[in-house]
Design a protein around this ligand. Structure first.
Ligand code: SF4
Length: 340
């Protein structure tokens, strides 16, 4: 059997975020004759969005373009627990980047067995991200994921010790890259050279680095011990107010968010103004008698039309309904005290 026949049987699992780096990493593997199965992780905190009409998922569109199969895995409750209490800490927001990489690589390792692949490929670039891509972090991630020698980072491979696929000659180290640092210029040049046009969010990252989302999630972890994935999704949009430890109100900022809220919390209490259009408000927690007026005034504050007349507030939950009348709207001081 000659070398080229041998290489055709080499298979890798490649983490594909939909960003430029992971797309290029796959391209480099394909150009060396390695079979690739892409794996993409979705979570409420993804920031990648489709660039092409008719494509609902960017990583899938890229996989199609690269002609590689893709498995899409959801980060679930186990991931939320990691965000709440990561072993290796948070970044500048609530992003547990080290634990997150370890989590994804462990899932990729399971897939490696199922797919009978020999190693894992990532688009990591040495020195690109302060928390997870410096040399000690890459070593720690490799150790903790149980994948010693089996994670190939084609974009920075020449700065790193040879991995098993390089040592075994499954890939040619000389054809791998020596990119490091935060500049994207080498990747963009490589993309041009390789004809890679479809990629998203070159800067990467996720909403967990956003201080607003981080604050809302901290609130969930603190006040809502029985949270679920919907609470995580809820943290990523809308206006959030905590009236007291037992009650949070979230309102849509526009029609699209109002519809998202209604879809997300079908079993959550929903408040709306009865007489004219306004935001949808969903409640998480328990309404006490004294909450009705402040909630109504809050809803009125964000209505397109704030009136001096009393307004009627309608509350629906399950098949139950109630309504009450309030006057006035929330003051700036109240807003500041409640805003999450
Ligand atoms: S930025 Fe978000 S998705 Fe990326 S490693 Fe960090 S926590 Fe994970």
């Amino acid at each position: 059997m000659d070398d080229s026949q041998h290489k055709q049987r080499v298979k890798a699992i490649a983490l594909l975020s939909g960003g430029l780096d992971s797309t290029l990493a796959i391209k480099l593997m394909l150009s060396q004759g390695v079979d690739v199965v892409a794996v993409n992780f979705v979570s409420p905190f993804c920031t990648c969005s489709p660039r092409r009409e008719g494509s609902c998922h960017l990583a899938s569109a890229i996989a199609r373009e690269l002609k590689v199969p893709i498995r899409v895995l959801s980060k679930g409750m186990d991931y939320l627990r990691i965000i709440e209490r990561p072993r290796f800490g948070h970044g500048r927001g609530l992003n547990p980047c080290l634990d997150c990489r370890i989590y994804m690589l462990k899932q990729a390792a399971s897939l490696m067995e199922t797919e009978q692949a020999q190693f894992i490929v990532t688009g990591e670039v040495l020195g690109q991200r302060p928390m997870s891509q410096h040399r000690a972090a890459l070593d720690l991630i490799e150790r903790e994921s149980g994948l010693m020698g089996r994670i190939l980072r084609p974009l920075s491979a020449q700065w790193l010790p040879p991995t098993i696929p390089e040592q075994n000659g499954w890939v040619d180290r000389a054809k791998l890259m020596a990119i490091r640092g935060r500049s994207r210029s080498e990747q963009l040049a490589l993309a041009k050279q390789e004809g890679v046009e479809l990629f998203g969010c070159a800067a990467g990252g996720c909403l967990l680095t956003d201080p607003v989302v981080a604050r809302r999630l901290k609130d969930v972890f603190c006040f809502c011990p029985d949270y679920d994935l919907r609470d995580a999704k809820l943290a990523t949009f809308g206006r959030h107010f905590r009236l007291h430890s037992g009650l949070k109100a979230v309102m849509g900022r526009n029609q699209e968010e109002n519809e998202r809220l209604a879809r997300l919390g079908t079993d959550w209490p929903v408040l709306e103004l009865a007489d004219f259009p306004g935001p949808v408000m969903v409640l998480r927690g328990t309404i006490l008698d004294g909450d009705r007026v402040p909630l109504g005034r809050l809803l009125h504050r964000y209505a397109p039309k704030v009136t001096a007349d009393p307004v009627t507030v309608r509350r629906a939950w399950g098949d139950q309904r109630e309504q009450w009348v309030v006057s006035g709207s929330t003051t700036d001081q109240e807003l500041d005290a409640w805003r999450i």
